[in-house]
Design a binder for this molecule. Structure first.
Ligand code: SF4
Length: 505
């Protein structure tokens, strides 16, 4: 049975080669993964980790006209409070009503853990359907029901058959995977298991009637329209300005673009199978659904790194253009865009040249930004990637070729990053949101690795990124004053040790 037919999704630990603990270089990481030692590695001490459920929630909360049911103890839903705000903002930026999420919890207690939570779940689904009339109900299946064995899939199937809303389940118990990227697969599995991804004739499109005297001309036009439509897959960390920049570039070579799957309604999701090509913006985010769409609807896909930086944007756009035989058109667009960008960057680059940067965060984004900064003349002194999985290998190969000597770690551990900062003394750190504030406490100017309010991708992204770095490097008063007044929670002897002292295997 293929993964796509399973009732619950596989974790990345099952379907890919993964890792969460490594220190060395990019080449060393590739060798370690090839030899199978990456999976054996671990730590004797962990400061904190993330739960895959929170990343699945980040995606589900963006879906329009949906209700989320946390099948969980009440605490698992706490993430929905901040996520609701960012989802509403994201909807507004995409021209949609900025509605906050409606979410309910089955509020599992000790007695439910003993007696089972299935009755609560059935009643909550029916209540959500009756009370809120959503288009989609996501049941988020967390650790507790997964451990006690609630048959969430059977409830979703049987109760969902009688509801107005489409009901699906996201199986994402935190304990099940070492890498939070499993969350993306869990969300996508929930979409293709129970949510309609095919357009409805006369509702979503006007079919061409056989009796139409222009049938063959109209059907050719219909098929051409489908072929020239590209589904661009987004991610919670990718802002609307980045989507707009890539859409602008693809439209400029004659393609139609639709953006999936976040911030979509049920009607938009139904159009997902009406496309000639699926394109990802991140190697470790979408391969699962792209492979499903190829398997089920024969839609080819392209996963070609993250379009951050001049070379990466060029490679990304050319790969798509080549698929359509539009490479010449893309080359002249790229030439003109690069010419304008280089003129705009000319007075700025001397201000960042040679400045030392440490980068940490998501595996693809941190390596992509490192490659871009290297390309712009900065000195990358280290990269800490939050996880490793084999889908990241193409970018890891480019990174190892361009920056073979610099320290590369698989680490999401703050205590390791702070120790590294004290030793490497970079001018700037670029770190995952939520982490960069801690790095600033160490007295180093810190920027966010991603920020959905600001552009990073394509040509507009490069220019704006450089402007932000110049500002951050010029005005260091925030981190200087923070470091003066805030004490870090680590003992002095921790800084005498190697940053990756606790990694084993
Ligand atoms: S690890 Fe399990 S119990 Fe904890 S928040 Fe995640 S799903 Fe809930």
């Amino acid at each position: 049975m293929s993964y796509f037919e399973q009732r619950t999704p596989p974790t990345r630990d099952q379907r890919l080669s993964i890792g969460d603990s490594f220190a060395g270089t990019g080449c060393g990481a590739l060798d370690c993964a090839k030899e199978g030692c990456m999976q054996q590695k671990g730590r004797r001490f962990w400061q904190a980790g993330m739960c895959q459920m929170s990343l699945s929630l980040m995606m589900a909360v963006t879906v329009e006209n949906s209700v989320i049911i946390m099948h969980a103890p009440i605490g698992c839903g706490s993430m929905l409070i901040p996520l609701g705000i960012s989802a509403a903002k994201g909807k507004m930026k995409r021209g949609k009503a900025p509605a906050g999420p409606i979410w309910l919890s089955t509020n599992l207690k000790e007695s439910d853990v003993i007696g089972g939570g299935e009755k609560n779940l059935r009643e909550t689904i029916l209540y959500a359907d009756r009370e809120f009339h959503p288009e989609i109900i996501f049941v988020v299946s967390t650790c507790a029901p997964s451990i006690i064995g609630d048959d969430v899939e059977e409830i979703v199937r049987s109760v969902g058959a009688g509801t107005e809303a489409q009901v699906t389940a996201i199986h994402c118990p935190g304990f099940k995977s070492r890498v939070v990227a499993s969350a993306y697969d869990s969300f996508y599995h929930s979409l293709f298991s129970h949510i309609q991804l095919e357009p409805i004739p006369y509702k979503d499109y006007q079919p061409v009637e056989r009796s139409d005297p222009d049938y063959s001309m109209k059907i050719r036009r219909f098929n051409a329209q489908k072929q020239m439509t590209v589904n661009l897959f987004n991610a919670t960390s990718i802002g609307s300005q980045d989507e707009a920049e890539l859409t602008r570039l693809m439209c400029a070579i004659g393609l139609n673009v639709r953006v999936y799957a976040e911030f979509c309604s049920a009607g938009e999701l139904r159009m997902m199978s009406f496309a000639g090509l699926n394109v990802s913006m991140c190697n470790v985010h979408d391969d699962y659904i792209l492979k499903y769409l190829q398997d089920k609807y024969s839609i080819p896909y392209i996963i070609c790194g993250m379009p951050i930086g001049i070379s990466a944007t060029k490679a990304w756009l050319l790969e798509i253009a080549e698929h359509y035989g539009l490479a010449d058109k893309a080359r002249s667009l790229i030439e003109s865009e690069e010419e304008q960008l280089n003129a705009a960057l000319e007075p700025l680059l001397p201000q960042i040249k040679g400045r030392r940067v440490l980068i940490s965060g998501g595996v693809i984004r941190s390596m992509s930004e490192a490659l871009m900064l290297n390309e712009l003349g900065m000195e990358v002194v280290g990269v800490d990637a939050a996880h490793y999985d084999s889908e990241a290998d193409p970018v890891l190969h480019s990174f190892s070729d361009e920056l073979p000597e610099i320290p590369f770690a698989i680490s999401s551990q703050l205590y390791e990053a702070i120790n590294q900062i004290k030793k490497l003394k970079p001018d700037l750190t670029i770190a995952h949101n939520g982490t960069h504030g801690w790095l600033a406490r160490a007295g180093i100017t810190s920027m966010q690795l991603f920020d959905t309010d600001k552009p990073f991708f394509g040509y507009a992204g490069i220019y704006r990124f450089v402007r932000r770095m110049i500002f951050a490097l010029k005005n260091t008063s925030y981190s200087d004053r923070l470091a003066e007044h805030v004490k870090l929670p680590y003992k002095k002897d921790w800084y005498d040790k190697d940053p990756f002292h606790y990694i084993t295997g």
